[in-house]
Design a protein around this ligand. Structure first.
Ligand SMILES: C[S@@+](CC[C@H](N)C(=O)[O-])C[C@H]1O[C@@H](n2cnc3c(N)ncnc32)[C@H](O)[C@@H]1O
Length: 232
């Protein structure tokens, strides 16, 4: 099914979007030739996250491990990446990938649905990508995460937007997206303050938070472009 979706996506993007300004920053050719990298812009995401060598980064909902080698490289040999997953097959696939790619600074963690099971006070950056909308009781989950965070830690969420442009909108599974302002409000409820909202991803929101009591940043950086009206 995944492959059918992908072929359909590539065909639709190739036929429908060239030259169409409504697609904003969507690099059609990049999507056709590079697949996910063409719209995920992983290098720009990693650069924006300003991950320091030696830092400890958790990806909650690591899935098939799209991010783990990049994160492994960003933290370097003295750093650590915690790849958190809840599903058995994903955990096995992650462990295989860590072994095959010799990612010696990546640890696969079996998370719970209400607790990522990370070491207390050890995480400098926790990120989710395409996972936020899967988590139930999100304010409680991210309030629970607070005990795992080191001083000055950040939490970053990348998630498909409710107002992603077609053809992505048509291919998103039902409910597999979030509303950026709802995500922001839920993180506020969980005790965080937004310090960045980036708009360079054509179909995802990208927001960064710190703990309210720890925040030293004077103002958040928000880049917002004109988006289509939310879905009815
Ligand atoms: C769509 S995948 C995204 C994978 C990866 N982050 C990426 O960008 O390719 C979402 C993943 O989140 C996982 N997940 C769902 N709920 C979770 C939770 N409460 N804690 C950790 N992982 C969770 C799922 O098992 C799934 O592998």
């Amino acid at each position: 099914m995944k492959i059918v979706k992908r072929i359909a996506l590539l065909l639709i993007v190739a036929v429908a979007s060239p030259g169409c300004t409504a697609f904003g920053k969507l690099d059609t050719w990049g999507v056709v030739t590079a697949g996910r990298d063409g719209w995920q812009h992983p290098d720009q995401v990693i650069e924006t996250l300003e991950i320091e060598l030696g830092s400890r980064v958790a990806e909650i909902g690591a899935g098939d491990g799209y991010w783990i080698a990049r994160l492994s490289q960003a933290v370097g040999p003295q750093g650590r990446v915690y790849a958190v997953e809840v599903e058995d097959d994903k955990i096995e696939a992650l462990e295989r990938r860590v072994a095959d790619e010799e990612l010696s600074n990546v640890v696969v963690v079996r998370g719970g649905y209400d607790d990522p099971n990370l070491p207390d006070g050890e995480i400098d950056l926790a990120m989710t990508c395409l996972t936020y909308h899967h988590i139930e009781k999100r304010p409680a989950y991210f309030a629970r995460l607070r005990v795992d965070l080191a001083p000055g830690a950040r939490v970053a969420h990348l998630d498909d937007r409710h107002d992603a442009p077609p053809p992505f909108r048509w291919l998103q599974g039902n409910g597999h997206w979030s509303v950026p302002e709802e995500l922001h409000a839920e993180m506020e409820e969980a005790g965080y303050r937004r310090t960045g909202a980036y708009d360079f991803l054509p179909i995802q929101s990208f927001q960064v938070f710190v703990l309210k009591e720890a925040s030293q940043e004077p103002a958040e950086r928000v880049e917002l472009s004109n988006r289509e009206e939310p879905r009815p």
